[in-house]
Design a binder for this molecule. Sequence first.
Ligand code: DAH
Length: 339
Amino acid sequence: MAEVVEQMDAVLSSGVAELSAARSPADLEAWRVKFLGTKGLVKEMMNLLGQVPKEQKRAAGQRGNAVKDALTQAFAERQAGLTSQVSADRDYEDVTEPGKALKMGGRHILMQVVDELTELFGRMGFSTASGPEVEDEFHNFIALNIPANHPARDPLDNFYLATGEQKADSPGQLRLLRTQTSTVQIRVMETQAPPIRVVIPGRVYRPDTHDDTHLSMFHQLEALVVDKNVTMVDLKSTVYQFVRAYFGEETRVRFRPSFFPFTEPSAEVDVWFEDKQKWIELGGCGMVHPNVFKQCKIDPEVYSGWAFGFGIERIAMRKYGINNIRLFVENDLRFLSQF
Ligand code: DAH
């Protein structure tokens, strides 16, 4: 029995010694075959148990198993150590190694369009402004010359907020998600003196039923110019310039007389799309109403101005051939990764 155990210990110590001498995956494999293989030394060692007297078999067997476990574990550790060391030591790039594909995020197509638009208007001398999406009645309606009984204020057409401080009998206190970026015209005129030349991209909210062209949240690009001697000609030429620069030199534009409480005269702008053989409405525009100037303490006898508010989703859809507005909010990577 003593002899058998001695032999077992010899297998362990030579195994450990030879393992630490292994320098490469090939050395390791040779070691594995020699010690742990089906005809290896560990197997041979276990066969020695046959020579051990019956009453000592149990103890010798336990010893044999301990040696086997120790070598198996040492092998696993050495293998892990050697692989990481080999790749860390290597001073060349293995160009055949499979690449790691990095999934890159990107700017949302709508935000890319916003960037394109603000950049384009930037080149025409416009700065960019923004304002809050939760607005008060003053900026969304009153200052924009939308009277108390106007249908645009209907609760069915607005997301009014039920806040603690809100009282139906205290006018001007109502809060809502803004329905138009025209609110920011007021905020700009309250804080800046003319001359003003600004574009305002932003989200607006309306309780519309969702379909291919409507969402209850969408984006508008508002523009406001205030200076001395500003006329409708400035408005029209700026819109022409913008449309041609963005959609192409040949693009046709038309102005249709319209009505908005905050502009006089007012118009709607359509762009002709050859592929669809159809006029697509961009939005409204007009000369800033004197009442709006008065609300902002700007003298309408001295200053005049124009404004427009265009739908950004519409612009993006026409520019990039997107046929359903819902695609902008569904976060489907098959759509988003195309841009
Ligand atoms: N605020 C209007 C809307 O959401 C669009 C609009 C019309 C904006 C005329 C303007 C404007 O600045 O002058 O329907």
